[in-house]
Design a protein around this ligand. Structure first.
Ligand SMILES: Nc1nc2c(c(=O)[nH]1)N[C@H]1C(S)=C(S)[C@@H](COP(=O)(O)OP(=O)(O)OC[C@H]3O[C@@H](n4cnc5c(N)ncnc54)[C@H](O)[C@@H]3O)O[C@H]1N2
Ligand code: MOO
Length: 575
């Protein structure tokens, strides 16, 4: 299929994105403080210009050029064709900043607002923590419209680092019933409460034998005199000693009787009737001592560490813990997230009509959060109303409130004004990443945060993996995914200054082995690419050639993380 998706994600004003005209946010840049975290936070609130242009690569040395992107224009670039199938995207041409899917949304940086006003209500990290919001009635709602001061977009890796370190660690661990621990992180090592197996166990159906054969087949004590000997079944606790030259039928998993030296599989032995009425067991091969016996403690001894603290409780871990004698586990509780979907244009069912579209984020975010080990209540769709948003955020009891939409500076983009009204401390206000650069992270109270995802659906995914995932990972005490790099199956063009996150699918390549093939339909308003993707490739400014090894962010369902369903948490005010 030939199609021409091109996100055009790099028109606009690169200099603006880089924060060349950053206003004062209350505290100077943290030069010389030594702590990269403080410095990164200072970047987010920098008074001084912050440049994110790469030192090397395609954008190196180039002066930022101002490219005006018509916001509402009749001009529409004709779809370009690109190579069918595989991947790679259309090269960036600086004189044509138009996106085929949405020129305005991506071309023009949110940083292009040139207001030099300062924000007295944003608090820099150096200020004392804001108190928890008191209620929807105070203070008054500021208006959403009008230019917003230009924050400095943070480099993508720094923004992720800030999100990961926005909380010092997880809340205190809890002890829960075994099943409730699924998807959580162990707060203490899993130590065997018993030997495993806890007794010498038959590994096969057959006969427990003592010494070399042939063996006289005993009739177990208490068994009926007629009929085949029932033998020792799993769950029995044989006490009678099996003497040398004797055998007893035994089932897989049954406890080996005292005196037995081996197990002979049923298919390896033959029973013959004797003239005295007894029966004898013959085997063509000898039964060496220990054959088909699982010795007590073979897997572990009581007190052995089976898993370290910090291990993710997967279904397999639940099984191991049960086998090792656990009824409860002590693990970090799942962080609670509340998703607030903003936008009067959104429909929750049926076909898009009359300028209204389906909400693509509500159905996507809750299960995505579950896959990250987060307890996410059913997303709430809020009207585009400042007071409604203020009340919902102020009253939320979630560890992390995740909003979608309303991050830009349109007439009904209420997220920034609401944060100012709440006295929130903005930790990240814009990230040098495409799509999704208007994403934000704010501290509402010492242990409550808000992640503002842009409304364009792939931009929201970008915000989710950039800011929400690292924050929630720290809250859940989950380790970061192991760094993963894979060669590109096709070239990917880059933004001059910003990182790009591009959906990719794994493909076998004759030359490079397993590769990441860039997918089409990666425009900020599109989900078609990500829905077919295994991962997001982190494309550095300037782009990458075929064969270049790029960092990949695997999607939760391809990385093998355990999905966890929501377990009955209902957000206050939630349906
Ligand atoms: N003057 C400027 N305008 C915009 C800029 C800018 O820098 N200057 N940035 C653009 C970029 S980039 C993005 S991304 C968006 C972010 O906008 P918001 O976060 O304020 O989101 P909305 O305006 O509410 O919506 C944007 C877009 O996404 C659609 N949307 C919203 N929610 C959903 C949903 N749940 N499911 C499906 N689609 C959704 C919405 O209808 C809009 O089409 O701002 C640009 N503007
Ligand atoms: O175009 Mo925006 O980059 O979707 O974030």
């Amino acid at each position: 299929m030939t199609h021409g998706e091109y996100d055009g994600a790099f028109g606009g004003e690169p200099g603006g994105t880089g924060g060349t005209a950053g206003p004062t946010w209350g505290e100077p840049a943290g030069e010389g403080r030594g702590d990269p975290f403080d410095e990164a936070l200072a970047l987010a609130n920098a008074a001084a210009p912050v440049r994110v242009r790469p030192e090397t690569g395609a954008g190196a040395g180039a002066e930022p050029t101002t490219v005006r992107v018509p916001y509402a224009t009749g001009e529409t670039a004709a779809p370009r064709s690109s190579t069918p199938g595989g991947g790679g995207d259309v090269p960036y041409t600086p004189d044509d900043p138009f996106s085929l899917d949405d020129p305005a949304a991506c071309g023009n940086s949110h940083a292009s607002s040139s207001s030099s006003s300062t924000s007295g209500t944003y608090r820099s990290p150096g200020h004392s923590s804001p108190s928890a919001p008191s209620g929807p009635e105070d203070p008054p709602a500021p208006t959403a419209s009008g230019p917003r001061p230009t924050p400095a977009a943070l480099p993508w890796h720094i923004a992720r680092d800030i999100a990961e370190r926005a909380v010092p660690g997880p809340p205190a661990p809890e002890t829960s019933a075994l099943g409730d621990a699924l998807g959580r992180t162990l707060a203490a090592p899993l130590t065997a409460l018993t030997d495993l197996p806890s007794f010498d166990t038959s590994a096969m159906d057959g006969w427990a034998v003592s010494g070399p054969g042939p063996w006289r087949l005993d009739h177990p004590a208490g068994a009926p005199e007629s009929g085949p000997p029932p033998g020792i079944l799993a769950g029995h606790a044989p006490t009678e000693v099996l003497h040398d030259g004797h055998a007893l039928p035994i089932a897989t998993g049954a406890r080996i009787p005292p005196g037995a030296t081996a197990v002979l599989r049923s298919e390896h032995g033959e029973v013959r009737e004797l003239s005295d009425g007894g029966r004898r067991l013959y085997a063509p091969q000898p039964a060496p001592p220990g054959q088909d016996i699982r010795p007590r403690g073979q897997e572990c001894r009581r007190g052995d560490q089976l898993l370290p603290a910090g291990a993710l409780v997967t279904p397999a871990v639940l099984g191991l813990a049960a086998a090792a004698g656990y009824d409860e586990l002590t693990a970090y509780r799942r962080p609670r997230a509340e998703v607030l979907v903003l936008g009067d244009e959104l429909l929750d069912h049926g076909l898009p009509q009359d300028g209204r579209i389906r909400d693509a984020l509500g159905p996507m975010l809750a299960p995505w959060l579950h896959a990250l080990g987060v307890e996410a209540a059913t997303p709430r769709h809020l009207a585009d109303d400042a007071d409604t948003l203020y009340a919902a955020v102020a009253e939320s009891t979630a560890d992390v409130v995740i909003t979608t939409g309303g991050t830009a500076s349109g007439p009904v983009d209420h997220v920034h004004p609401t944060l100012r009204r709440l006295g929130a401390e903005v930790l990240v206000d814009g990230v040098a990443v495409r799509p999704g650069h208007p994403m934000l992270l704010a501290r509402l109270a010492p242990h409550r945060h808000l992640v503002g995802l842009p409304g364009n659906p792939l931009a929201a995914v970008s915000g989710l993996v950039t800011l929400a995932e690292p924050l929630l990972r720290t809250l859940a005490a989950r380790p970061p995914a192991a760094p993963y790099r894979t060669p590109l199956a096709a070239p990917v063009h880059g933004h001059p200054q910003d990182t790009r996150l591009v959906p990719v699918a794994y493909r076998e390549d004759e030359r490079h082995g397993l590769t990441a093939a860039p997918l089409h339909f990666h425009g900020p308003a599109m989900l078609r690419g990500i829905a077919a993707a295994d991962a997001l490739a982190v494309v550095p400014p300037g782009g990458a050639e075929r064969g270049t090894e790029l960092e990949l962010l695997e999607l939760p369902w391809s990385a093998g993380w355990s999905p966890v369903s929501s377990t009955g948490w209902t957000a206050p005010g939630g349906a």
